[in-house]
Design a protein. Structure first.
Length: 304
C-alpha cells in the first residue's frame, strides 16, 4: 500500500485536532444565546407535558389519592370520635364549583409530585452541559440527597398532621360542629407537606453554600445555636399540638440534620486548608503567577 505524503498526514492530524477541540467545546455546553433559548424552550415543554400527564393520572386515580389526602383528618380525634363520620364532624363544600376545583387541585398536586423525576431531570439536563466535571459530581450528590430528604420531611409531616388537627379542632367550643371546607383543609395539608419538605432541604443548602465558598465553618459555628433554636421554633409553630412528643418528633430530625451539615462543612474546610493558595501574600496590584489557577485546581482534585 502506497505511503501518504507527509503534508497529507499532517493535514489529517491537524483536522482531527480541530475536530476534537470542537467536540470538547460542545461538551462544555458552549452554544449561541438563541441555542440556549431553544434548549430552554424544549426542556420547558417536556417538563410541562410531564406535569400534565401526571395531572391526568391524578384525575384517573383520584379515589385512592383522596383517601391518602383525607386520612390525617379522618384519624384526628374530634369531640370524642374520629373525623369523617356521620355525626357532623366532616369536610364540606361551600360552593357550586368546589367539587370540581377540589379534583383539579388534588390531581395537580399529585401530578406535580409524581412527575417530579421527569421535570427535575429536564432541569438538570439544561444546567449540566454548562458545568465542569467536578461541579457535575457535586450536583449528582446534591440531587441524590435532596430527593430522600424531601421525601423524609413530607412523610414526617404526614405522620404528625393528625395530632395537630386534633389539637386545633379540640379548641372548638362545646356544641359546635366541626365543618371545615375542603379547600381550607387542602391548604393546610399542602402547606405542611411543602413546609417540612423544604425544611429538610435547608441543611443541604448550607453544605452547598460551603462548597461554593460562601459559608465557612467559623461562621457556621457562630450561627449554630440560632440554627438549632430556629429548628425547634419551626417544629413548635408547624405542629400546633402542645404534646411534647410530637414537637420532639419534628425537632429532633431538623437538629440532627443541622449537626450533620456542620460536620460536612468542618471536613470540607479542613480539606480546603490543605490546598496551598497561590494568591497568598500578593499585593493588590501584584500579578499572580502563571498557571496558579491550574495548580490549585489540580491540588484540589488530588485531595478530593
Amino acid at each position: 500500500m502506497a505511503k501518504l505524503p507527509a503534508t497529507v498526514t499532517g493535514a489529517r492530524v491537524a483536522g482531527s485536532r480541530v475536530l476534537r477541540a470542537a467536540r470538547k467545546a460542545d461538551s462544555d455546553g458552549r452554544m449561541p444565546v438563541l441555542g440556549h433559548l431553544r434548549e430552554l424552550r424544549d426542556r420547558l415543554v417536556k417538563a410541562v407535558l410531564a406535569v400534565v400527564l401526571g395531572t391526568v393520572l391524578g384525575f384517573v386515580f383520584f379515589g385512592p389519592i383522596w383517601q391518602v389526602v383525607v386520612h390525617p383528618f379522618c384519624s384526628a380525634l374530634i369531640s370524642g370520635h374520629r373525623g369523617c363520620n356521620a355525626q357532623g364532624d366532616q369536610l364540606v363544600v361551600t360552593g357550586v364549583f368546589d367539587p370540581f376545583m377540589v379534583r383539579v387541585q388534588v390531581a395537580f398536586f399529585a401530578g406535580l409530585v409524581a412527575s417530579s423525576p421527569a421535570w427535575l431531570y429536564q432541569l438538570w439536563a439544561f444546567i449540566a452541559p454548562g458545568l465542569f466535571a467536578r461541579e457535575r459530581r457535586w450536583t449528582y450528590l446534591f440531587l441524590g440527597a435532596a430527593v430522600p430528604l424531601f421525601t423524609a420531611g413530607t412523610a414526617l409531616a404526614y405522620l404528625v398532621m393528625s395530632r395537630g388537627l386534633q389539637y386545633l379542632f379540640g379548641l372548638t367550643p362545646r356544641g359546635v360542629a366541626v365543618l371545615p371546607s375542603i379547600s381550607t383543609y387542602l391548604s393546610y395539608f399542602q402547606g405542611m407537606i411543602l413546609a417540612f419538605g423544604v425544611a429538610f432541604e435547608l441543611p443541604l443548602a448550607l453544605i452547598v453554600l460551603n462548597l461554593a465558598g460562601v459559608l465557612t465553618h467559623a461562621r457556621f459555628r457562630r450561627w449554630r445555636r440560632m440554627m438549632i433554636f430556629g429548628a425547634v421554633l419551626f417544629a413548635g409553630v408547624a405542629n400546633p399540638s402542645p404534646d411534647p412528643t410530637s414537637m420532639l418528633l419534628l425537632a429532633a430530625p431538623c437538629v440532627l440534620l443541622v449537626e450533620v451539615a456542620e460536620v460536612v462543612v468542618w471536613a470540607n474546610d479542613r480539606r480546603r486548608a490543605r490546598v496551598p493558595d497561590p494568591y497568598a501574600g500578593l499585593a493588590d496590584d501584584e500579578l499572580a503567577p502563571l498557571g496558579a489557577d491550574d495548580e490549585r485546581e489540580a491540588a484540589r482534585h488530588s485531595l478530593s
